[in-house]
Structures are given as C-alpha cells and as structure tokens.
Design a binder for this molecule. Sequence first.
Ligand code: PEP
Ligand code: MG
Length: 781
Amino acid sequence: MTVRWIDDLRSTDLDAVGGKAASLGELTAAGLPVPPGFVVTASTYRTFLETTGIGSEIFDALAADDGLAAAAETARELIVETPVPDEVREEILAAYRELGSDDDETDADPFVAVRSSATAEDLPDASFAGQYETILNVTAEDLIDRIKECWASLFSERAVHYRNNHGFDHEAVDIAVVVQRMVDAEKSGVMFTRHPSTGDRQMIVESAWGLGEAVVSGMVSPDHYEIDPEPPTVVESTVADKKQQMVKDPETGETALQPVDDERRTARVVTDEEIEQLVGLGQRVEDHYGEPQDVEWAIADGELFMLQSRPITTISEGDSGATPAEASAEQPTANGGQNSPPQETVTDPDTGTGDDVLVRGVSASPGTASGEVRLIRKLDHLDQVTEGDVLVSSMTTPDMVPAMQRAAAIVTDEGGMTSHSAIVSREMGVPAVVGTRTATEVLDHAQQVTVDGEMGTVSEGRPAVDVAAETEYDPVESVRPQTPVKPMTATEVKVNLSIPEAAERAAATGADGVGLLRIEHMVLSLGKTPEQYIADHGEDAFIDQLVDGIRTVAEAFYPRPVRARTLDAPTDEFRDLDGGSDEPHEHNPMLGYRGIRRSLDKPDPFRCELRAFRRLFDAGYDNVELMLPLVNDSEDVDRAKRHLEAVGIDPAKARWGVMVETPASALLIEEIAAEGIDFVSFGTNDLTQYTLAVDRNNEYVTDRFDELHPGVLSLIESTIETCRELGVDTSICGQAASKPEMVDFLVEAGISSISANIDAVRDVQHEVKRIEQRLLLDSVR
Ligand code: PEP
Ligand code: MG
C-alpha cells in the first residue's frame, strides 16, 4: 500500500509506518485531537529503491571502502534525482487532495507538515532521534520532492556514521513519511501531566504565542503555570516577556521568528477555559498510556490539538503521587548527592566523623560506593580490577580508563581537584577521592572499604545499610535537568568533556554545547605519543583517530556547538606511553613543554590535528569550533593561525579562539583579539596555578589553590571587560565554573557562557538563572 491514513494505524503497524506514525495512529484512535494526515509507507520507499534499481547501487556504495562521505552523497543524489514512478506520485497526490477536503471547508492546496518516521528512529537513544528531515508548510507543488528529501535524510553523513557505529544494517532500516495538516497555531506549548521532578499530581503547562517550535527549541521564554487538576486551578503562574513568536508567512508559507506586539508580550497566553481543556486532555492521554506524559500541544482557531506525546522519563517508579515534600525526602542519598555541585573540601582530620576513616583526600567526584580494594602498582595488573572493585593507585594514567570504568570508586595518592584522574572520574560518574598521599600504603589489597566522594574519605567496611546497592543508579538520568523545561538563561551553560564515551551523558544534561572538549584523552589512550603513533601507523591513521573521537561528540550534540581544543598534555603524561622515553625530563612539567608551545615547536603532529578539524568542517560538522591552549601573546596566536591556513582552514570562516590560562594572555588580550579570534575561554585550572605559583597537581599545596583569589578574579574581570568592548565572546571551562561563587562573579561581570563538569551542569543552570533574575530586578528597583 502506497499510503495509509493515520486514523487507521495502531502501534502494531510500527514496521509498516515507523514509530512516529504508529503513535499518532494510536492517539487518534483513542479519540485525541491529532491533526489529520496520511503516511507514505515504508514499503513505498522500499519499492522505490527496488523498482528503480537504485537500491543495489546505494548499498554497494555504502559497503565499498571509498569513504563514508562520498558514499552517503551518492546515496542521497540517487534518491533525489531518480523520478518517483507515476502511479506512486498520483496516489500520494490523491491522498493529499483528499486531506484538503477532509474538513468542512475544502482547501485544494492545504499546507502540510512532512515528517520522517523511520522504523528504527524511536529507539531510546536521543542522538538517533531527530536525525531525519522534517519540513513544515509544504504544498502540492513540492510535496513529492520533500518526501524524497525525507527518504534521502536516511543517508546523511551523520546518519550513516551513526548506523555504522551502532551496528545497524543500512538495508534493514526503512523510512515512512507522515504528511499531516499544519496546525496554524496562535498559541502552543508543552504540558507535563505530572510534576516532572517530584511526580506530584500537579500539572505543568508552558506556553507562548505562535508555533510550538519556538518553545521546544528554547528560542522564547514561555509562560509557566502550575495547575492543581481537581478542579483545574492555576496555583502558580509566571508570565514571561515573550519578545518573539514563530509564525508562518502567509505568502511564502515559510516559518520565521517575528516580534510580538507590545500588548501581547507580557499578557498571559492561555485562558482559564483553555487550562481546563488542557487538563482534560492531559488526563485522557495519561489514562490512555497509563503513565505520566510530556505532551506538545497547539491551539488554532480556538481548537486544541496535540502534536506529540512521550512518557516523562525523569519520574522514577514510586514517585508518582507523592507530595513534593515526600518526594524530596525520598531522594536517594546513596549516590552521594549527585544533585549538588561537587564541593572542593578537604575534610579537616580533627573534625572528621567516625573512627573508621582510613585515609582522607580531596573530594574529586561525588557519590558513595563500597567494594574490595585493588592496589594497582603496575599497568599490567589492571585486569585485576573487576566490576565493583575500588581502584587504588598512586596516580591514574590514560591507560587505566577501561579499568576506571569498571571500578566502583577510585582512590589516588597524588593529584588535586583539577588533575586528570579527578576530571575523568567526574565525567564517568565514578566516585573518587584523590590526593590522599598515603592510600597505597595504608589500604590493603582485598580490604573492604567505603569511598565517600563527597566527604573525601575512605572508611573501613561497608555502611550498615548499603543504600547504594538498593538504589538503581543511572548516571545518565542523574544529570538530566529536573525541571520540565531547562532554565532559560541568557548566559549559555555548556559542559566539559574529555572522553567521547561520556558524550551521551554530557548531552543528556541539556547543556547549550560543549565548552571544552579535551582531545588529550583520545590521544593518550592510543598508548603511544603522537610522534610514535604517526611513525608506526602514518599521519592518516592519527587523523582518523581524532576525527572519530571529535565526531562522536559533535554528533551527540549537533547542532549545539562543540569547542574542541588542540593537544595540551604535559610531558609526564606521555612518559609511560610507547615513545615516551623520548620525552624531555622536566623539573616542573606544568611550566614546561605543553600546549601551543609544543605544537608550534613540533608542527607536524600539530598539523595533523588541524587536518582532523579541516576534515570535520568539510564533512559538514559546522558545530565544531577550534580552541588553542596556553597561548601567551599575539605571536603565539599568529603563528598558530598560519598553520591553520596552511592546512586549508580559513580563519575568517571557521569559529576559533584561545584559552586564557596565563596572566600574560589576560594582560595582552587586546593584541590577541586583534588576531581575529571569535572567543576566549578562561582555563582557571592553569590561570590559578600560574597567577598564584601553586602547582595544581601538587597535593602539598592543595589548600593554596584558590580560583577565587582576588588576583585571579581581577585578571578575569578585566579580560571580560575588554572582550565585551571588542565583541569577542568569553567563556570559562576550568573546574571553577562549577562553583556557585565563581558563577555569580562571572554572570555579574558579563561572561557569555559557562562550561561546567557534567555533574554540575544542572546546578549551574539554576544558579545562572537566579543571578540573572537578581540582576534584572536590581536594574528596575
Ligand atoms: C584549565 O586550565 O582550566 C583547563 C580547562 O585546561 P586543562 O585543565 O586541560 O589544563
Ligand atoms: Mg589548562
């Protein structure tokens, strides 16, 4: 069957029409107000490939080893350029005409939305959904072409790469296309049938003028209502200043953002009557699915429509129906307060709790876990660390990452809050205590211990009640925003990342992008220095490794920006790798041969890194940005810029910038900005160590490492001021971005974005919103 009507579909039709269409069918059958439409079935797409003969050409191209980009382009071109057989075209257009005469007034040329509905699209993986095309406001003239665009979107480079990576067979994925009457919404929004963080019966409605895309994508701040359903009563409402709305241009049919007139900007969007209708709708949807739902809705000509519904994932079993107070009392504590920002506290030995504390250190990654100690003194003992063990070593190295992932907790002798082991443990969501000085001496192999990453302690035995074992802890869920729609902030809140494996967890935070992607881990985990790797496997193999790592992150975040930084690893981190014996011996590697200095001195590996960026830009990853570490002055930047040009990156077109990590770069920011950078980012881990002369890796001076020192703040403040005058964006990506005091200071100083650790993003979003609101209030008082 070429087409099928939405109202004939059920969830059992998933294979024929894809997940999206099947669920629209279910909702329509339940009597819910879904805009009418039909589906061009998956078998229509399949028959198109087979009867025209292009299917075998496409799959042969994808199977050949001639490069993913070229194969994907061939596939798309074949689909777009091959005509659809006449009888198929006619059947689709006949259904379209019927859709136009579907209601009281016949509309010969109705506007429709054309949406892809792939047979594997709705797998529970956020980065997979939304990869395929959706086109709004289409009419007869270009309907067939738009449907083919949806088919072709199955072969975007990103989609092909994704399927390759996740082991999906290209030939096994089919795509159907939903053609649905456009709802010309005057107002629209989202509704949560229960409170998303507490599971309380309160409903939440957010709404704005115009089409829903503006609310869902976060382009406008919506009104926010909290509603008691019985009887429907608004118990709390915040009416936003809705400066813009998304509307359809009546002439061209294109959707565009337009200013909202003064009168409606601060007016409440939904009436009490509409609230009642929404509550009724919410109840029916919830009854239908038997669980709380997150619903997209729109109102056109006084009629309420629902566009989509999915379960609310933030409510855990047992939360439903609890009061907010009960729900918060139920919050698991076993994950060590994953909900609060990590506190940089070294517990005072004199005031510590309990006698069973064996060692103390820096609380590097929150969470509590118990397990048997595995003392790792040699890298080839790493396989001794099995699932649930506590990994104890003098310092972690990149080779340990797989073992760290298996470990229940990590304890080290050396290091501070900003050392690599701390950064990577936080990213993996594994509790960690670092800088204990003596853990490898005091702790015994196979001893049972409990690591409290929040308190920075390692104690003997297991806690009396092992709450950790009873509470299912999901690191991805633990970082998802708790509020229905993440706090809207003018200052962007981004996330830092070092291991591509953590990309999904980082993306789940709802961050506005990646403010720092450290590539050190991708390189160090190759087990060889860059020079050695290139000598053994060639430049292209090295570039491939970088492209793969950065692309995984760019993919998970697309179209949110990902700021990847060129290599900055001190020589001691290279020492244990193959080729590491050629590294210079330095008294203090932190002050030595690293960052842009090494890159300018060894241009060959540096150019390979830059060529990896070039390949990503060429492949269409326009969300990738390039950042240079540890620059001191415009000469460093100018020399690096010439390398960019040499590999074919146009600095006027790419988005690129520098880290401000040395006092010199802060003091000379004007001349650095004149090089044409788009942004600077404060690396406060280094800026603090160089301003205060405190080695960030030295556990003997941890208490002197103070990112809030007036000397550090003064350099940051003057840099932000100069950059604002020059139109250069400012950001922070050091560990201090996760501290509320630093966030307050930076927002007041006018920073453009803040990039925090994965586990801190949620709190930073709220802190930024709080400060922005206070500044707004102060300005009108
Ligand atoms: C910094 O110095 O603050 C920074 C973010 O870079 P890294 O920690 O990788 O040196
Ligand atoms: Mg740094």
